[in-house]
Design a binder for this molecule. Structure first.
Ligand code: BGC
Length: 321
């Protein structure tokens, strides 16, 4: 299909590609078109593809390799690590005025969402995380008793994780480092409680933790601050060589005695994009709109990379010239 780019969202991965040298251009090329958080409008689609001109679509990021999970459509669980990711690894992304996509890797955006469809990709990562949390908590009925969720990090992933927690009926707590401001307002608008400080200082024994900062020290701190039968889901990464002294026996004791599950998660399969679409449609529109704090026209796209204090999600407007 040929798609007119509407917008791309910018995230930490894009900054890493540009500043820290992760990411890879397609084979035999020296440049990579970035943009993996996409939104576009179909210009032309082959007959029988299920899409027609004018449909709003998001492009799936990952392309499978030949391994079992990839072949089953679970490319987010790829076993070889040889997957391709549009805009990140070995394939051009969606940061272009026009792009092409195989219909089987395009996801329809509910027309009600309009521009908010640009949040679908980050929401798909969060939908996958929550699907896995739900499955782990289903290991025993008793695991479902506690309904306190702690999210660390109030960036787009953390706030979307808080939204999905609220939609599931959890009491939502979000920890970030800066008091006041838009992030606190967004948490409170969800009916959640906003905290600053270290997890072990909070008067909380969370049943679910979604870690969305990637700060390793915080991860270890969290492992000693969970409630019984807790699930700790790690979604963030950071690339430093920092050293940390930990008390491994305390951590081990807490994990064993607490029946704790700690797991990491990356990327999303097609069904998670669909779950994300539903979660976004069910959310308060104004709340979602407040997540998009800046729109940068395509010619000035590099401005989207500079982090400003109240930024949540910054998007590049691909229609602006
Ligand atoms: C993207 C994922 C991708 C991951 C690793 C994230 O920013 O949202 O789709 O799998 O980076 O490359």
């Amino acid at each position: 299909m040929l798609v007119a780019g509407v917008a791309v969202g910018i995230c930490g991965t894009d900054r890493e590609i540009l500043h820290d040298g992760i990411g890879e251009p397609p084979d035999n090329q020296t440049r990579l078109v970035i943009g993996h958080e996409s939104l576009g409008r179909v210009l032309s689609a082959p007959e029988g593809s299920g899409f027609t001109e004018g449909d709003l679509v998001v492009g799936i990021v990952r392309r499978p390799d030949g391994c079992g999970p990839c072949q089953r459509g679970e490319w987010d669980l790829c076993r070889t690590g040889n997957y391709v990711e549009r805009g990140i690894r070995k394939a051009h992304g969606y940061g272009a005025a026009q792009w092409r996509i195989e219909p089987e890797y395009a996801v329809r955006v509910d027309p009600l969402l309009g521009e908010l469809g640009v949040l679908m990709e980050p929401a798909s990562v969060v939908a996958k995380a929550w699907e896995q949390i739900d499955r782990i908590r289903d290991r025993a009925e008793s695991c479902r008793e506690g309904m306190t969720a702690l999210i660390t990090g109030a960036g787009p992933i953390g706030l979307l994780a808080a939204l999905l927690a609220q939609q599931r009926g959890y009491q939502v707590h979000v920890l970030d480092h800066r008091r006041g401001g838009l992030k606190q307002q967004l948490v409170e608008a969800l009916g959640g409680t906003y905290h600053t400080g270290a997890p072990h200082e909070l008067d909380l024994r969370p049943d679910v933790v979604v870690e969305a900062t990637g700060v390793g020290d915080l991860v270890f701190d969290l492992l000693e601050a969970t409630g019984p039968n807790a699930v700790v889901c790690l979604t963030g990464i950071m690339d430093t060589d920092r050293k940390l002294t930990v008390t491994p026996d305390h951590i081990n004791r807490n994990l064993v005695m607490g029946n704790t599950v700690v797991f990491g998660t990356v990327n999303a399969a097609r069904r998670h994009y669909e779950q994300a679409n539903e979660a976004l449609v069910a959310a308060d529109r104004q709340w979602l709109e407040s997540l998009i704090t800046r729109r940068v026209p395509l010619p000035d796209w590099t401005l989207a990379l500079d982090k400003q204090p109240n930024d949540v999600k910054v998007i590049v407007d691909l229609t602006a010239s």
